[in-house]
Design a binder for this molecule. Structure first.
Ligand code: NAD
Ligand code: UDP
Length: 335
């Protein structure tokens, strides 16, 4: 039997494909390439030395999904496919609700029809909304502060309701903190189109000389150096977390939310210095006004991930920056 990876050509999906293949799992990838390219799948195959079926299918297309379940023997789904840009979600809420929520509903309905009731879902720490209680535990009150966050919260609610209605489902809701870094081979990484919104992709572009300087969004927060604190996690640790979640749901029914973070918070200035050390470059920056909607401090309580999944992140910020720069340095033309 195989694990279906929706959004398998994306940033986190591609690393998870590689991790599963290396651990001996059989996989099937599905993507509509709205934010990725088929070449990523070629590179996953090259790195792992293994072949697997790829379906160029939009998850909103129910018949396309049914074709995958007809042809393949799918044991479980790891569901990454979706749109993820916060600012874009504010400008295009209908597209976000349609792709993320309606697309997920289509997928879950097809899974049910084919008796596939094991699911690992990409949620996000954004579901903690405006809560100021860092470190965030899974029982921290949830709220949405933008349409993207609302889609994650809605899908979590849908999945909790689904489990209540049919307790044979085995569902893991993984709340990622800030994934960064790249595969140590330098072959897989994040490829944002246009000007990046997130800190590390932006720093990478400055390092490549494609953007002039980093704008630090506020240095007047109540944090040690005044800049916001985040829990950055290496994308390979995150991929390993998905394998741990898959193994967990094989043995347990439920619909459990689990944080995937390191439990350590770093400020924007600390992140910048770590990248400078890893790359040997000086990154020009300018402090500017706060970005609307940013929380001062966000980092994970990782107790549940350790207890339930037996997983914890092992890679530190220096390794994240090294791999981030290896990918950005090597793939300058692609970014
Ligand atoms: P990504 O954009 O790199 O990957 C998503 C993939 O899904 C892309 O390859 C895209 O082409 C595909 N896709 C989108 N809509 C689709 C559809 N309708 N049908 C088929 N494929 C579709 O994003 P990522 O960073 O790898 O994120 C993966 C998941 O993790 C997303 O659900 C995202 O919301 C969630 N997440 C990401 C972060 C982050 O910082 N990267 C943080 C928390 C949660
Ligand atoms: N940030 C910044 N300049 C940028 C992008 C981000 O100063 O160009 C800051 C941002 O204010 C936040 C941190 O870096 O404090 C992480 O931002 P990112 O968008 O990567 O993640 P998120 O806000 O989703 O946690």
């Amino acid at each position: 039997m195989s694990i279906l990876i929706t959004g398998g050509a994306g940033y986190i999906g591609s690393h998870t494909c590689a991790e599963l293949l290396n651990s001996g799992e059989d996989i099937v990838a599905l993507d509509n390439f709205s934010n990725s390219s088929p070449d990523v799948i070629r590179r996953v195959k090259e790195i792992s030395g293994r072949d697997f079926p790829l379906y160029a299918v939009d998850m909103l297309h129910e018949q396309g999904l049914r074709r995958v379940f007809e042809r393949e023997d799918i044991e479980a789904v790891i569901h990454f496919a979706g749109y993820k840009a916060v600012g874009e979600s504010v400008r295009m809420p209908l597209e976000y609700y349609n792709n993320n929520v309606a697309g997920s509903l289509t997928l879950f309905g097809v899974m049910r029809d084919y008796g596939c009731k094991k699911l690992v879902f990409s949620s996000s720490a954004t579901v903690y909304g405006h809560s100021k209680e860092a470190p965030f535990r899974e029982d921290t009150p949830l709220s949405a502060i933008n349409p993207y966050g609302a889609t994650k919260l809605m899908i979590e609610d849908i999945l909790r309701d689904l489990y209540t209605s049919a307790p044979e489902w085995r569902i893991s809701l993984l709340r990622y903190f800030n994934p960064i870094g790249a595969h140590p081979s330098g072959e897989l990484g994040e490829e944002p189109s246009g000007i990046p919104n997130n800190l590390f992709p932006y720093i990478s572009r400055v390092a490549q000389g494609k953007l002039e300087r980093l704008y630090v969004f506020g240095d007047d927060y109540e944090t040690p150096d005044g800049t916001c604190v985040r829990d950055y996690i290496h994308v390979c640790d995150l991929a390993e977390g998905h394998l741990a979640a898959l193994r967990h749901i094989r043995g347990n029914t439920g619909a459990e939310a689990v944080n995937l973070g390191t439990g350590n918070g770093y400020s924007v200035f600390e992140a910048l210095r770590a990248f400078e050390n890893a790359s040997g470059l000086t990154i020009p920056y300018e402090v500017t006004v706060r970005r609307q909607g940013d929380s001062a401090v966000m980092y994970a309580d990782t107790t549940k991930a350790k207890a339930l999944l037996g997983w914890s992140a092992s890679r530190g910020l220096d390794e994240m920056c090294r791999d981030q720069w290896k990918y950005a340095g090597r793939n300058g033309d692609r970014l």
